[in-house]
Design a protein around this ligand. Structure first.
Ligand SMILES: Cc1cc2nc3c(=O)[nH]c(=O)nc-3n(C[C@H](O)[C@H](O)[C@H](O)COP(=O)(O)OP(=O)(O)OC[C@H]3O[C@@H](n4cnc5c(N)ncnc54)[C@H](O)[C@@H]3O)c2cc1C
Length: 382
C-alpha cells in the first residue's frame, strides 16, 4: 500500500499503468519469476509482450516511433515492472538506455535504418561502457577502434554487459583517439557481427534471469556508419544517457522497495505472536512506518527529477540524488522486510529475500552510491 496516491498527468497514462499491472500479473507472477530465476533464463517472451504493447519505447518521441510519454509516466511503468520482477524492470530501463545514442545522436539515415527495430518492440539492446579494468573510472576504458578505409576495427572487451549474449545490438564506447574522455567514441554493433562474442554470464547473487556478460571484441569490423555522434563525443553521449538511465534505476529501486513493504505489512498484520498480530508491537509498526515514509520520499524525489527532465530543465544532479536516495531506501527497506518476516523471511517461501538480493545491485549499476555522491559533491561546490 502507498501512503500517497499521486494523480497521473493524463487518462492515457492511467491506461498504460493499468496495462503494465495486467502484464506484470499475467507474465511476472511469483511462480514464473522463480522458475526463470532458478534456471537463469532470460524471459525474452515477456520482452516480446512489452514490445508488442509499446512499453519498450515509452519515453521517445512518437514521430521517431516511440510512445511519446513523459519520463514521469515511463518511470512509473518501470517501477511497476521492477516490483514484479527486477530482471524485467531493469531490462526495460537498459533497453531504453541503449536507444538513447541513436535517438539523440543518430543521423536521419542511421535512424531510418535502426529506429524501427529499436523502438518497434522487436529488439532488446545493450549499453557497453564498463570494462574489466574500468568501472567507476569509465573514461579510462581501453577497448580500441582503429580507423580503416571502410570504418573501424574494434579490439578489446566490454565488461558487465546487461543482456550480453541475448541483445540484438550493442552500443560500444571505444577508444578512437588519445587518452581520457575526449578519445572515446560511440559505435553501434549488431549482434552476430564476426568477432563479437559474449562470454559465459556472470554468476550473480540476484537477477539470474538478466544475463550479465563480458563481450569480447576480436578484430570486429564495423562500417563508418556505425559511429554515433562525432568522433570523440562518445563519453559525453554515455554520460548523458546515464543521467536518464539513473532515473530508471531509481524507479527500479522504488518498485522493489514498495514490493517488499507490501509483503512485510501483509505478513505483520496476520502473523500472531504473544497473542496478537506482530504489527501491534510498536517495534514492528514503527519499522513499517519508516519504510513507507522513506519510499514516498524517494518516489517524490524521483518524480520531481523526471518532471525537471520533461520540462527541459537541468536534471543531472537531481537524477544522482534520486538514484542515491532510492537505492539506499531499497536496501534498507528490503533488509527490514526480511527482519519483519523472521525465519520465513530468510527462505524462498516469500519473495523478500529475493528483493534484498536484487536491491543490492541497484547501488552498484549505472554509477555506484559513491559515484552519485561524487556527482552531487561536484554539483554543490561548482
Ligand atoms: C548486474 C550488473 C549489471 C551491469 N550492467 C552494466 C551494463 O549494462 N553496462 C555497463 O557498462 N556496465 C554495467 N555494469 C557495471 C557497473 O556499472 C559497474 O560495476 C559499476 O560502475 C562499478 O564499477 P566496478 O564494478 O568496476 O567497481 P569499481 O569502480 O572498481 O569500484 C569498487 C568500489 O570502489 C568505489 N569507488 C571507486 N571509485 C571511487 C571514488 N572515486 N570515490 C569513492 N569510492 C570509489 C566504488 O563505489 C565501489 O564501491 C553492471 C554491473 C552489474 C553488477
Amino acid at each position: 500500500m502507498r501512503l500517497l496516491e499521486r494523480p497521473l498527468p493524463t487518462p492515457e497514462a492511467r491506461d498504460l499503468l493499468d496495462l503494465t499491472r495486467q502484464i506484470a500479473a499475467e507474465r511476472c507472477d511469483t511462480q514464473t519469476v522463480n522458475r526463470f530465476e532458478g534456471e537463469a533464463r532470460f524471459p525474452r517472451e515477456v520482452f516480446d509482450v512489452l514490445g508488442e504493447t509499446g512499453l519498450l519505447s515509452l519515453p521517445y518521441p512518437e514521430e521517431l516511433g516511440g510512445g511519446g510519454q513523459p519520463f514521469e509516466v515511463y518511470l512509473q511503468v518501470i517501477e511497476e515492472l521492477a516490483g514484479a520482477w527486477l530482471a524485467v524492470g531493469l531490462g526495460v530501463s537498459v533497453h531504453v538506455l541503449s536507444c538513447f545514442p541513436m535517438v539523440n545522436y543518430g543521423t536521419p539515415e542511421q535512424q531510418a535504418e535502426w529506429l524501427p527495430r529499436m523502438l518497434g518492440g522487436r529488439t532488446v539492446g545493450a549499453y557497453c561502457l564498463s570494462e574489466p579494468d574500468s568501472g567507476s573510472d569509465a573514461a579510462a576504458l581501453r577497448t580500441t577502434a582503429a580507423s580503416t578505409e571502410t570504418g573501424f576495427v574494434v579490439n578489446g572487451a566490454k565488461g558487465w554487459v546487461t543482456h550480453g549474449g541475448v541483445a540484438d545490438y550493442y552500443n560500444l564506447m571505444v577508444r578512437t583517439g588519445g587518452p581520457g574522455a575526449r578519445g572515446i567514441s560511440c559505435l553501434l554493433a549488431p549482434a552476430g557481427t564476426d568477432g563479437l562474442q559474449a562470454a559465459r554470464p556472470e554468476q550473480k547473487m540476484g537477477m539470474a534471469a538478466s544475463p550479465t556478460a563480458t563481450i569480447n571484441l576480436d578484430e570486429v569490423e564495423l562500417p563508418a556508419s556505425a559511429l554515433l555522434g562525432e568522433p570523440g563525443e562518445g563519453f559525453r553521449i554515455a554520460m548523458a544517457a546515464l543521467d536518464s538511465g539513473r532515473l530508471g534505476i531509481a524507479a527500479c529501486a522504488v518498485g522493489v522497495a514498495q514490493a517488499a513493504l507490501d509483503v512485510a505489512a501483509d505478513y505483520a498484520s496476520t502473523r500472531q505472536q504473544f497473542g496478537r498480530s506482530i504489527s501491534e508491537f510498536q517495534g514492528i509498526g514503527f519499522l513499517l512506518a519508516d519504510m513507507g515514509a522513506s519510499i514516498e520520499a524517494a518516489r517524490s524525489l524521483l518524480l520531481d527529477a523526471a518532471r525537471a527532465k520533461d520540462a527541459g530543465r537541468d536534471f543531472g544532479a537531481a537524477a544522482a540524488a534520486a538514484k542515491l536516495t532510492a537505492t539506499q531506501t531499497a536496501m534498507s527497506v528490503t533488509t527490514e522486510a526480511v527482519q519483519i518476516l523472521g525465519g520465513v523471511g530468510y527462505t524462498k517461501e516469500f519473495p523478500v529475500e529475493r528483493y534484498m538480493r536484487e536491491a543490492k545491485v541497484l547501488q552498484i549499476v549505472e554509477g555506484t552510491t559513491q559515484v552519485q555522491r561524487l556527482v552531487l559533491a561536484r554539483a554543490l561546490t561548482s
